[in-house]
Design a protein around this ligand. Sequence first.
Ligand SMILES: [Zn+2]
Length: 122
Amino acid sequence: MPKKKDFILIGVLLVIALVGLAVTRLLQHQSGASVTITVCGEVYGTYPLNQSREIEISDDKGYNKVVIENGSVHMEDADCPDQYCVQHAAIHSSHETIICLPHELVVEITGGEVSDVDVITQ
Ligand SMILES: [Zn+2]
């Protein structure tokens, strides 16, 4: 019964591969996620999502205060006229963004490996 054995082997390998992939993704999501702040199309800074901190950005266009807290990010303060970014709910999942249009500022959550590739291509 060589064929049946082959199918079992392939099945087992497939399960191992899928579990491995799932675990890798999970680990990336939990430990590799970071916050990338872009101002006027230029990366201002990248910060780990799991470390609380306050980032104040002040330039010609205005002032923004981004706060990373308990694994999520929100705009604590800004002097833009519309205040959309301040009213935006906190973000915590990969590829979610908070955009401050008047200041051309983007706060984005990036996954570990994905953000590395982004940095290289930029
Ligand atoms: Zn704003």
